[in-house]
Design a protein around this ligand. Sequence first.
Ligand code: AMP
Length: 282
Amino acid sequence: MKIFRSKKTLHDYVERQKEMGKKIGFAPTMGALHRGHISLYEAAAKENDLVFSSIFVNPTQFNNAGDLEKYPRNIENDLKMLEESAFVDAVYIPEVSDLYPDGLKSKTYDFEGLENEMEGKFRPGHFDGVGTVVEELLRQVKPDNAYFGEKDFQQLAIIKKLVQKLQLPVKIHGVKIYREENGLAMSSRNERLSPDQRKAAKVIHETLLKVNDWFRVLTLPEINLRVKDIFEDQRGMVLEYFQIADENTLKETDFFYRGHDYRAFIVVFVNDVRLIDNIHLD
Ligand code: AMP
């Protein structure tokens, strides 16, 4: 597996591969890798000649300095995981100046309202930070296909919009949420949970499965109330938001309209660890 620690060496390699007509698949990460990340590379390896990873903890997408500081980092372990997976051919570990030559600041994007829903409300500036880093990474790695997890479903929608608006020559693919055995969505943040908290946090996915059963049987206010009640009974957990939204607009729905796809979104704090999950409703 090749490792590139500068934009210049990456650029030369990418250009050579492009000249040879190699199809590149890419999935960016912030490191602290787990099996969920590897599932992106597994998908990429099926459809591309070369698979690229990147590891960069992007400061501009953190609206909370403490969260950025506590974000787990373990590059040696990450490289070992990527190597052992055998799906990844090259990994880019840029310096801040490779991605932000003019200093650490975000561009401002218009994602046609997608950025104002859910995470946009609770994490101001987050999606401008994500857009800025992903746009730059896509311009540098020049993939034919890029893979993003459905765990961050709103981010996936926003990146599709970014690529469409900027007409970047890349196809964006969503990859299903990879879960721990107890159903908890895998996340780098899970490392910050104690074993007991990790067990208890399975209630998040269990709640989403219940919501899927209640969908079309109960009314929306009834579902919202039941979800609230579940988390009021969980010690050490605080429900930040729960909402059922139209999958295309990401707007909270007031009613289930025929012919629309819906998805339930949830964010729960387990002490100070912010966990996110969602489920397609069928
Ligand atoms: P992150 O390192 O958290 O920025 O995530 C990098 C990419 O991996 C994003 O596209 C995430 O949506 C994706 N990802 C993270 N966790 C999972 C998971 N459990 N299942 C599928 N994709 C994931």
